[in-house]
Design a protein around this ligand. Structure first.
Ligand code: FPP
Ligand code: MG
Length: 449
């Protein structure tokens, strides 16, 4: 028997079951939200009350969903030069994108609470369609870390950032791409999804390990609204805890017994280290500086997403074109994510970000908004070269960035990378996951924290 997919196409066999499950997940969430707001009991709320632990996890998940969004080619060439030479070129695109700003959470609850309409109108929430894969994600990380050591304090420090309070952007995008590729290849075995989830676990663990090391390097005080790991333990223990997370993640990947996957994922590690190293230096000319910034941004942020997504294609034995598509989608999303992050460092509040703002300037870093602003205010150049080290540099640079078009230009460049990611996702066979990949690009460009 055939049934309707989200696109109104006909599906059968395992795809029909998958679509059915996807719709059930959406409606389960709808029932849960109705049961909390109007006391209408549903089978899911009754069932959950019988299992306090499960209920607690569901509540945590719902809180996570309510909190809002938890999370970039790489050509310095024309994109940047156009923007540099014509800073106003982005203004009408920008107005459009600001008008079309959507909050995914608002969207998903509005649509799921409407009376039954055409199925294709449902706005996809990636976190909901990946419930099975993400539900116990952080529990699994904590179990892995705990089972690998006889040193309770090492486990405590290593687990500190796996508190479920993060955006889980990397695992979510990795699993979306994995499942979009599986659908595209018509290979949706549980064994394959399990292996891809190990890749997602690896990406999140490596990300956290790099943040643990980064907090030691940056001597930061806060991350995600709580004291950073180095504020609570000494740097020797914290550095080793970062190494420990990496070693546990590496063992997990070795168990996949795929040399190709190991090679792809190892690239993430060399890129992270080189990206962080590049950040310690700067370049003389404006073009060199922007190229340096983009390469650094790729290595520090985008490589992890790009290579994790590519690894899910490699483990699924996808051909080189699909693997390259996954890589490019991840690279564009990663670059956009970091560009928005660099922009938010100038416009967001400390409360929203969970860490101090204007932090990059204080660390001596010239990110995209400053590099764009240099065009209009050349007095920024010597400040960039001395890494904002003289009294008043940080305040003056902050002011000049706001007076320039640097923030709009940064956002416009991020938007271009998101559009490219959407174009790439559209090359995969239509599925809830393929649609979810497009939603992610919207989330990245519209995120506020
Ligand atoms: C956050 O940067 C840091 C990173 C994304 C990567 C840091 C990489 C290393 C420390 C190299 C070591 C790598 C491994 C795998 C252990 P940020 O300071 O710009 O962002 P923040 O404001 O979130 O701290
Ligand atoms: Mg930092």
């Amino acid at each position: 028997m055939a049934c309707l997919t989200t696109s109104g196409r006909l599906a059968c066999g395992s795809r029909r079951q998958q679509t059915h499950k996807f719709l059930c997940q959406l409606f389960a969430v709808r029932c849960q939200s109705l049961s909390t707001s109007t006391s209408v009991s549903s089978s899911s709320s009754l069932a959950s009350s019988a299992y306090p632990l499960q209920r607690q996890r569901q509540q945590q998940q719902q809180q996570q969903l309510r909190r809002g969004f938890h999370g970039l080619s790489f050509s310095i060439g024309q994109d940047y030069l156009d923007l540099l030479q014509n800073p106003h070129s982005c203004s009408h695109h920008l107005k459009y994108s600001q008008c079309s700003k959507t909050n995914l959470r608002q969207h998903s609850s509005v649509h799921t609470q409407q009376p039954a309409g055409p199925v294709r109108e449902i706005q996809i929430d990636p976190y909901i369609i990946l419930d099975d894969e993400l539900k116990y994600f952080y529990d699994d990380v904590r179990d892995l870390l705990q089972s690998g050591t006889s040193q309770p304090e090492l486990d405590t420090i290593a687990s500190y950032y796996f508190d479920g309070q993060g955006k889980a952007l990397r695992p979510m995008v990795t699993m979306l791409m994995a499942k979009a590729i599986n659908y595209h290849l018509n290979n949706e075995s549980h064994q394959l999804v399990h292996k891809q989830r190990q890749i997602a676990l690896f990406s999140e663990m490596v990300h956290s390990a790099s943040l643990v090391h980064d907090d030691v390097i940056d001597q930061s005080d806060f991350r995600r609204g709580k004291p950073s790991v180095n504020a609570l333990w000494n740097h020797k223990k914290v550095t080793m805890a970062g190494d420990y997370i990496l070693s546990i993640a590496s063992i997990m990947i070795a168990r996949l017994r795929s040399d190709d996957v190991t090679i792809v994922l190892s690239k993430i590690l060399t890129d992270l280290v080189q990206g962080e190293f590049m950040q310690l230096g700067s370049r003389e000319t404006e073009n060199e500086r922007f190229a340096h910034y983009l390469t650094k941004t790729y290595r520090k942020t985008a490589s992890l997403i790009a290579n994790a997504l590519k690894a899910t294609a490699v483990i699924a034995q996808a051909d080189d074109n699909v693997a390259e598509l996954a890589f490019q989608y991840g690279r564009n999303i990663g670059l956009a994510f970091q560009l928005v992050d660099d922009m938010l460092d100038f416009v967001s509040s400390t409360e929203q970000m969970g860490k101090p703002t204007a932090a990059d300037l204080k660390l001596g870093l010239a990110t995209a908004p400053v590099l764009f602003a240099c065009e209009k205010y050349p007095e920024l150049n010597p400040m960039v070269m001395r890494r904002f080290s003289e009294p008043g540099d940080v305040e003056r640079a902050f002011e000049l960035v706001h007076k320039s078009h640097g923030l709009e230009q940064t956002r416009f460049l991020a938007k271009k990378h998101c559009n490219e990611a959407i174009r790439l996702a559209q090359e995969l066979t239509e599925s809830p996951y393929q649609k979810g990949l497009q939603v992610v690009a919207d989330l990245v460009i519209n995120r506020m924290k």
